[in-house]
Design a protein. Structure first.
Length: 281
């Protein structure tokens, strides 16, 4: 059954902090009753999530949300090179985008992120975006240092396949620290970005994120599983600090890992249910 409310897609460049950033905005055809700012994951994960994210954005817009999908500086259609960006710059732009969206939609936005986008959303709120009271975190990266280590292993795995000179994660980190840009899975990684991301941990912001509403969703291999143990520990800490944390797990493809789009309708339905927007998508 089709939802009677439909959405409108509006591509738009906006100026934030002296940078020209691309946004895809999904708007309802009727009154706007809420807004959401989407912050994408890092490197190729951003592209792999695009189809699913667009579907989720349309579903929210059909329910009265003004949704902004932001391309970070140096990525997607935004200006700049990825080598010129760093984590702090992306956080500053996320904060400015949230303020822009609040002004133009009439509603303080929910911050929505997948993977490192969820980490960026939490950082933006913890470091000054106090007006935001609601976050949607899908498969959040808990520790930026662990994420960077896993990202570096993509380069090492490629070297094993192609039988080239084999590096170590420590050796790559030393090259990054020396100012060298390293290409990993087709994307350049700078020492600034690696250092900035490595310094971020969700556990460091438990007090700053409370009291807020956090909707936390993770993908699991079967529907009977709960959150991963590190996630559950952090959720407990957030609740103890005063945050209202709603959690859910869903068995569906890990969209950030797949080269081709996959059916992630279960992810959409679980997200809508967490947000209180369940119904036909």
């Amino acid at each position: 059954m089709d939802n009677p409310r439909r959405s409108i897609a509006r591509p738009q460049f906006i100026e934030l902090n002296g940078r020209r950033l691309f946004t895809m905005q999904m708007l309802p055809t009727g009154p706007v009753r809420a807004s959401a700012l989407y912050l994408p994951p890092f490197a190729e994960e951003m592209n792999r999530c695009r189809v699913s994210v667009a579907g989720q954005a349309r579903a929210l817009a059909a329910r009265g949300w003004h949704v902004m999908l932001l391309d970070a500086y140096g990525t997607g259609e935004s200006t700049g090179r990825i080598e010129d960006g760093d984590w702090a710059l992306w956080r500053d732009d996320a904060q400015a985008a949230a303020q822009w969206l609040a002004q133009h939609s009439g509603h303080v936005p929910m911050l929505w992120g997948i993977r490192t986008g969820a980490l960026l959303a939490a950082d933006a709120v913890a470091q000054g975006l106090q007006q935001v009271q609601h976050l949607l975190l899908q498969q959040p990266v808990l520790d930026g240092k662990l994420f960077i280590n896993q990202h570096l292993r993509l380069r090492i795995a490629s070297q094993l396949v192609h039988d080239t000179v084999r590096e170590t994660t420590e050796g790559i980190r030393q090259r990054l620290a020396a100012g060298e840009d390293i290409e990993i899975a087709g994307y350049p990684l700078t020492g600034r970005m690696a250092e900035g991301l490595s310094a971020r941990r969700l556990a460091d912001w438990t007090a700053a994120l409370a009291p807020r509403r956090i909707d936390w969703l993770e993908i699991v291999s079967n529907a009977e599983q709960g959150l991963a143990l590190p996630s559950q520990k952090l959720v407990d800490q957030l609740r103890q600090a005063g945050a209202t944390v709603n959690t859910a797990t869903v068995a569906c493809p890990m969209i950030w890992q797949l080269q081709e789009p996959a059916d992630a309708s279960a992810l959409l339905q679980a997200s809508l249910a967490l947000l209180g927007e369940a119904g036909d998508a």
